[in-house]
Write a protein that binds this ligand. Structure first.
Ligand SMILES: Nc1nc2c(c(=O)[nH]1)N[C@H]1C(S)=C(S)[C@@H](COP(=O)(O)OP(=O)(O)OC[C@H]3O[C@@H](n4cnc5c(N)ncnc54)[C@H](O)[C@@H]3O)O[C@H]1N2
Ligand code: MOO
Length: 637
């Protein structure tokens, strides 16, 4: 099969509005369902009460029902005796109050007469005192819920009390989901080299559910034109709309576009967004069929940008579209982008000194963890080559702002203990959590200078005296009161394959064609490696792979494990986690640099509390390679 070429890459808004226009005939369907099963559904029309509630004059307190006119004149100086049946009846909350009785006096306000035959009162009452009059809550024929209302638990109880047993709601559209690809396997099958666990369809199914539809997933289809054609025909006849996933781009086995062209009409193949470019917008048998690109991030974004607006046509009455909240944030790192596309970047958010700060996450279309970690998305417009650090950007929120407010923002060096600290902070249930962005020690301290983080995890060696973090903090924050919260001492060394097949014992064994994997500029581990090279008089040029960089210790370890490199520098816990060998170079100090004034922040206090706790020490033992003698101690700089 010939490769496809994108002949008609269109701007997103143009492509979407043309597509929606083609389906302007779609109207939300409706169905009648039992009220008790209507939670979360959307009303298709206004709902009116059948009964009033209460439907009779109802006693609101335990006590006596009285004829209010008979209580006139009662006072402390003139107590009034009430006679059973002539003046009152005993009643309990919820009882019906019938004429001539028209008010209730609470039991607490009654004085029993000595003969036990009645009551004395010392204050008069008025008509309908402590009586819930007919229709006080709901009046028959009154509108209880408007059109397009999402039904909640409280609504159901009100509907029932108003005598409604069935309700007209918007029908959920059935969205067919077809995953394709020869390399795909079901999650229940064992993973082999060259195979990929099919995940996108399950994400789609749940996104469809979250957005008021019913996902109908078909089994994985191989890259076979005839089978794709057959399955598309079947899905279109069974569903209201269809998503077909992967095979949308220029690969030789990318058949989706050919199958759709044969069965219907293609409006768009290719939109100017990144990730997500090869999206297909089409129609088969008058139903929308959308081809989404295979990479998880591309498929998530194109789902939200193209599938949701179409689903909205099926399941929203006017005005009900759920809008994503937008906020303005300061960008912590420059984002470059091409002029060819509008680019979507996932960000983490935090509030530092009353300002919302956005730190960009990994940008690759395959980086699905960036979606898990994201607090929001920002868009770099097509006509911009990028956004500079510290500029303001608009962010569409995917997390609750309250949660973001309680987040402690860490930018700097990476260590597995950050995840452990966050886990323990969450476990303690004190409502604070930790967001960490890994840019290396130096870049972290710069972010701290710019007030874009609360703390910078750092392990920067002072070559003069072999100490860690103090000298650089003094140098970078000469006029500020700073503190170092002591973290861990950790074993640094060379991570090599199990059994150390190249017999690497020292930095000298890393030359002569051994494939090294380095860390990014500014990372403490890179500073240490450069220091060792200098000390031993070795040139960077003699290290093959010096330019090959990874962003975290764990990425170094996995590169060695999967044979992308023979050796890299990193911490013991990462070598241990992946069952690799480790040649120790020495211990280093991994600490948290912060402003003295931040010690008062509740999240910082909680952070220190966790660092000093026994639970943290136990978790460090399990990870291995850490010393925690000074953990949580504060050094004033
Ligand atoms: N020569 C060109 N190659 C590519 C272009 C291009 O313009 N010219 N575009 C790239 C872009 S951008 C994207 S996005 C991808 C889209 O590719 P396809 O939609 O054809 O998808 P595949 O190639 O089959 O898969 C891509 C990737 O995603 C994984 N995948 C696919 N389906 C699933 C699933 N259901 N669950 C989990 N993962 C899935 C698949 O294994 C691949 O790794 O094309 C570029 N190429
Ligand atoms: O644009 Mo492709 O959608 O992932 O990177």
């Amino acid at each position: 099969m010939k490769r496809n070429l994108y002949l008609n890459v269109q701007e997103k808004e143009t492509a979407l509005s043309r597509f929606l226009e083609a389906f302007s005939h779609i109207q939300p369907g409706r169905e009648r369902i039992s009220v008790i099963h209507s939670l979360g559904r959307i009303t298709a029309e206004a709902v009116y009460a059948r009964y009033s509630s209460p439907s009779y004059n109802s006693c609101a307190m335990d006590g006596i029902a009285v004829i209010s006119a008979h209580t006139k004149g009662a006072s402390e100086s003139h107590p009034l005796r009430l006679i059973y049946e002539k003046d009152y009846l005993d009643v309990d909350t919820g009882d019906m109050i019938m004429p001539p009785y028209d008010a209730v006096i609470m039991a607490e306000d009654l004085i029993e007469t000595e003969d036990g035959e009645g009551y004395t009162i010392i204050a008069p009452t008025h008509p309908f005192a402590h009586v819930r009059a007919i229709g006080e809550d709901i009046v028959a024929k009154e509108m209880i819920l408007p059109t397009g209302h999402r039904i909640r638990a409280i609504d159901i109880s009100v509907l029932i009390s108003a005598g409604i047993t069935e309700i007209e709601v918007i029908k959920k559209p059935v969205v067919g989901i077809i995953p394709t690809g020869d390399e795909m396997i079901e999650y229940t099958e064992p993973l082999e080299d060259g195979k990929i666990i099919e995940t996108n369809s399950w994400m789609f199914e749940n996104l469809v559910t979250e957005n008021d539809g019913i996902g109908h997933r078909y089994p994985i289809l191989p890259d076979d034109l005839e089978l794709i054609r057959q399955k598309l025909t079947e899905a279109v006849s069974e569903c209201d709309m269809v998503i077909i996933n992967a095979g949308s781009s220029a690969g030789r086995d990318d058949y989706t576009i050919h199958a759709i062209q044969e069965l219907g009409e293609v409006y768009t193949h290719g939109v100017a967004i990144k990730p997500g470019k090869p999206v297909i917008l089409s129609k088969i048998q008058n139903k929308p069929v959308i081809g989404l690109p295979g990479y998880p991030v591309s498929s998530y974004l194109t789902f939200t940008e193209f599938v949701l607006p179409v689903m909205n046509m099926y399941c929203r009455t006017g005005g009900f579209v759920r809008q994503q909240k937008q906020v303005t944030a300061k960008l912590s790192k420059t984002l470059m982008s091409g002029l060819k596309y509008e680019e979507y970047v996932r960000v983490k958010l935090g509030i530092v000194e009353n300002e919302l700060v956005a730190s960009p996450l990994e940008r690759g279309a395959g980086a699905s963890m960036s979606l898990v970690r994201a607090d929001g998305f920002c868009v770099i417009p097509q006509d911009k080559e990028g956004i500079l650090a510290h500029e303001n950007i608009q962010v569409k929120l995917v997390k609750d702002m309250e949660q973001i407010r309680k987040t402690l923002v860490l930018i700097g060096s990476h260590d597995l203990i950050l995840d452990v600290i966050n886990d323990l902070m969450m476990e303690e249930g004190r409502d604070t959590c930790l967001s960490s962005t890994h840019v290396g020690s130096m870049a972290g301290l710069i972010a701290l200078q710019k007030k874009e983080a609360h703390m910078a995890p750092s392990h920067l060696l002072d070559e003069k005296d072999g100490s860690y973090n103090t000298a650089i903090t003094r140098e970078m924050f000469p006029n500020e009161k700073m503190v170092i919260i002591k973290g861990v001492r950790r074993r640094q060394g060379f991570i090599v394959k199990k059994g150390n097949p190249l017999n690497i014992q020292s930095i000298h064994d890393i030359m002569h064609g051994v494939r090294y994997i380095n860390r990014q500029r500014g990372a403490g581990t890179r500073v240490l490696f450069d220091y060792l090279l200098k000390k031993e008089g070795i040139s960077k040029k003699d290290i093959s792979g010096y330019e090959y960089e990874a962003a975290t210790h764990m990425s170094v370890a996995v590169a060695v494990q999967k044979d992308n490199a023979d050796v890299g520098m990193g911490i013991y816990s990462c070598a241990k986690a992946l069952d690799l060998d480790f040649i120790e170079v020495g211990f280093e100090e991994y600490d948290f640099v912060t402003y003295e004034k931040y010690l008062e922040l509740p999240a910082v206090r909680e952070f220190i509390h966790v660092l000093k706790g026994e639970a943290f020490k136990k978790r460090l033992d399990m990870l291995g390679g850490y010393g925690c003698e000074e953990c949580g101690q504060i050094c004033f700089i």
